[in-house]
Design a protein around this ligand. Sequence first.
Ligand code: IMP
Ligand code: MG
Length: 185
Amino acid sequence: MNSKGMERYRLHRLFSQEQIASFVQTMADRISKDYDGRELVLVCILKGAFVFLSDLIRYLRIPVQVDFVRLASYRSGMKTCGKIEITKDVEIPLEKKDVLIIEDIIDSGRTLQFLKDRLALLNPLSIKVCALLDKKTRREVEMEADYLGTDVDDLFVVGYGIDFNERYRYLPEIYYVTPIDHPEE
Ligand code: IMP
Ligand code: MG
């Protein structure tokens, strides 16, 4: 690891590039089969899912359209709080389209609940969720991914597009973070 990632937190590798590629490829295969012959729009949640999306679309074997939303969830560092707002909306008309939301990681489930409810107002044919990671033990509302890379324990993860206060997105692997003065270190 280089010095960019070493200031106050220690990073522990959770998934290698090969493991991530295998998760993404498996999901892409299923999506390609399930949506064959349909009009699929991928709606990527910025910023965390941008790396995942860009790998996923290259494994897909069906034509898709891509759009982006940006949500502000008043999350700072590792803490979350309830209020969610949309700061960049979809631009492609979603009426009568099949929509697949692309998310990096599900935690409380509130972000996806908010977005699914909001996109439903645009009368798509279907709305499903594709998430790379899922921290199921953290759930506060009912939410399940239709396509999931893998479950993860209740850890704070970074890398492969996923940040901690805007840092670590550039890392090609997925890590979990612990404070340097963590008692177990
Ligand atoms: P939820 O609304 O609580 O499900 O939170 C989902 C969002 O929180 C994700 O889109 C991530 O941006 C962020 N998030 C949740 N867990 C982590 C994590 O471990 N690392 C980085 N971001 C996370
Ligand atoms: Mg996110």
